[in-house]
Design a protein around this ligand. Structure first.
Ligand SMILES: Cc1cc2nc3c(=O)[nH]c(=O)nc-3n(C[C@H](O)[C@H](O)[C@H](O)COP(=O)(O)OP(=O)(O)OC[C@H]3O[C@@H](n4cnc5c(N)ncnc54)[C@H](O)[C@@H]3O)c2cc1C
Length: 592
């Protein structure tokens, strides 16, 4: 069975050597000194490794079961959920006014990686609740917040997000679920939602569904969508649970992975619901929490890659096959371990260099979210909005690729369920699809985010890269291995942006045929920037002769690998983008 060890040192490196979190002027960051974050991560790591990871295979094997209209979660999930609640882990970055601990999103994301890496399906129950909490927190009335949030922060009641219907997932304007206003100010919700994660289960006393629906007579399409709070059980003004509402589970979906999370068809039959935010502004309410939710999915992608990589390393050191081409390294044994072979090394280095770069990118994203939320910093808000589709699309695509690569290290054993490696790939796969399929992330990036506010945010990103290169150009240790490749990759990204500007207006297909490559090109430049910054942090630490020199040397070597072996992919993506729409759109639909 796979194991999981919290990568505390790597996270600490990003929080402190790279981001220097406690020195940042963001409210709440001064508490994040290295001792404090280490203590939090160590404790979270114990739960991740000892409680959640052993349940990962159990959840995969048993899945959820629908019995008499109620979903039963896999053996051990409820006890583990109670432990998470008792430890206050569900409340870490929630508002203290509602029982939260008020920690920054940065720390919440760092801890979230550990829980998600250990058991994605389990952690989703809490993750979805957090999403619903954020929407109510941002858009609820004072009375709604007082009624729903404290029990959601503690996860006594969990939450869901209900957008998807059988005939619409991406194109939500086609939505049919309706909400009919009642004399008492509430609404009656009727319709069917599908694929609802954590839609029902036996770990909480109530489930608070957030449901998108249309009020009859409202604007057509997406502009007529409103958001509603629809609880499984009605709750009176004192917070006491009452009668069952008109919401039920139609069925549980059979799926490729995340078996431990209940994916439900939810039927709403004149269910009582309460408007959240304004009428017809449901999508706006959703958008305010989308950056956070998408960052959460990006985190899931990288966390699965980390977990799979850890096990691949253990296996590569243990499994004896063949001899090193340069001479036996285990002369007393029948063969050398897999890790001596350059191609196995290549595979592991691909994974390691991605995971560590991705973690830095993800935590930088969380840092920007804190800056935007806690300081109303419009620049940070613009930058994180631009980077969100890149985080979500690139980290989940590469996260899945890494999980498959880790499976490859096991040879045939990777394909056999007993070893648990296929679960990482199966679980990671959904991250490319939900919370907006990755093709739609690319569309959002190129179609909306690039040109937002006159292109100010993408220019801001280029300025960041340029400033870093200029600031460090005298540093010979960084120049050839980090700064020059970063400069070249950044130029490729600019050239791609220029191509869209020159051709996109005349022929939108020219831009959209290259949007997926652009998302990946952008992702590589972001990881290139992260590695250049980490290299600087590592070489500074080495020069000061404090800390673990071997750790910093390893960082530098891993970064060099990324710059030499991964970053050149920007050239390929640029060539594809510059080939325009013609090769992509050459065939008529009938020719397929
Ligand atoms: C396990 C699981 C859990 C889920 N959890 C939830 C949940 O909790 N709540 C919820 O509301 N939903 C949930 N979903 C639904 C998920 O968010 C949708 O499946 C997803 O958004 C895609 O919608 P769709 O399946 O209808 O695909 P479609 O919208 O039909 O899209 C199909 C494909 O076409 C592409 N495409 C669509 N439109 C365009 C376009 N204009 N340009 C380019 N490409 C396009 C997409 O990228 C996609 O690859 C879940 C799904 C699964 C499988």
């Amino acid at each position: 069975m796979p194991s999981y060890t919290a990568p505390v040192n790597d996270i600490q490196f990003v929080l402190h050597a790279l981001l220097d979190a406690p020195s940042q002027d963001i409210p709440g960051y001064s508490e994040l000194d290295a001792d404090f974050t280490a203590a939090v991560l160590e404790e979270a790591g114990k739960i991740a490794g000892n409680v959640l990871a052993p349940l990962n295979a159990v959840g995969d094997r048993e899945g959820c079961v629908l019995e008499n209209g109620v979903v039963r979660t896999p053996t051990g999930f409820k006890d583990a959920f109670d432990q998470m609640k008792e430890g206050g882990w569900t409340a870490l970055d929630c508002d203290p006014e509602f029982g939260g601990q008020g920690m920054p999103v940065l720390l919440g994301t760092a801890v979230g990686e550990l829980f998600s890496g250990a058991n994605q399906s389990f952690t989703m129950y809490q993750g979805l609740t957090h999403g619903a909490y954020s929407a109510i927190h941002a858009h609820g009335t004072e009375a709604q917040k007082a009624k729903w949030l404290p029990r959601m922060v503690s996860c006594d009641w969990t939450g869901t997000m209900n957008l998807t219907e059988p005939h619409c997932g991406t194109d939500l304007g086609l939505m049919r679920t309706k909400a009919v206003p009642q004399d008492d100010g509430s609404y009656r919700i009727t319709g069917q939602k599908i694929f609802i994660s954590a839609g029902d289960h036996d770990m909480s006393a109530n489930v608070v569904h957030l449901v998108l629906a249309k009020i009859p007579g409202g604007p057509e399409g997406i502009k007529g969508v409103s958001l509603f709070i629809v609880p499984k059980f009605l709750v009176d003004d004192e917070g006491t649970i009452g009668a069952r509402n008109g919401v039920s589970v139609g069925k549980l979906e059979e799926k490729m992975g995340i078996h431990g999370n209940s994916t439900c068809v939810m039927n709403y039959d004149e269910a009582e619901g309460y408007l959240l935010g304004s009428e017809h502004k449901g999508m706006r309410a959703m958008f305010t929490m989308m950056n956070e939710a998408r960052l959460g999915v990006a985190m899931q992608g990288m966390a699965q890659a980390e977990a799979a990589y850890q096990n691949a390393v253990i296996y590569a050191k243990d499994r004896l096959q063949g001899r090193a081409v340069t001479g036996a390294e285990n002369p007393d044994g029948p063969a050398d371990p897999l890790i001596v072979h350059p191609d196995v090394r290549r595979n592991l280095m691909d994974q390691k260099s991605f995971v560590e770069g991705a973690r830095a990118f993800m935590l930088w994203g969380a840092n920007l979210l804190d800056r935007s939320h806690r300081m109303n910093d419009a620049e940070a808000e613009g930058l994180v909005s631009l980077l969100t589709p890149v985080l979500k699309g690139f980290l989940t695509d590469k996260g899945f690729e890494c999980a498959v690569a880790a499976q490859q290290v096991y040879g045939g054993h990777g394909y056999i369920e007993e070893w648990g490696m296929s679960q990482f790939a199966r679980d990671a796969r959904i991250t490319q699809i939900y919370e907006g399929a990755n093709g739609v992330q690319a569309l959002d990036l190129v179609g909306r985010k690039l040109a937002a506010d006159g292109g100010k945010h993408v220019m801001g990103f280029f300025e960041l890269v340029k400033a870093f290169i200029k600031e460090n150009e005298g540093d010979e240790a960084l120049k050839a291995d980090f700064l020059e490749p970063l400069k070249s990759a950044s130029k490729d990204l600019q050239a791609a942006g220029m191509f869209f500007m020159q051709h996109g207006m005349k022929n939108p297909n020219a831009a959209l045929s290259g949007s997926y490559d652009f998302m990946h090109l952008f992702g590589h430049v972001c990881l290139g920037l992260m590695w250049a910054r980490m290299a600087k942090a590592a070489s500074t630490a080495l020069a000061s002769q404090t800390g673990d020199a071997a750790f910093y040397e390893t960082k530098l070597a891993t970064g060099r690998y990324y710059m030499a072996r991964q970053l050149p992919a920007t050239k390929m993506h640029l060539a594809r983008i510059e080939s325009g729409a013609a090769p992509v759109m050459a065939l008529s639909a009938a020719a397929f």
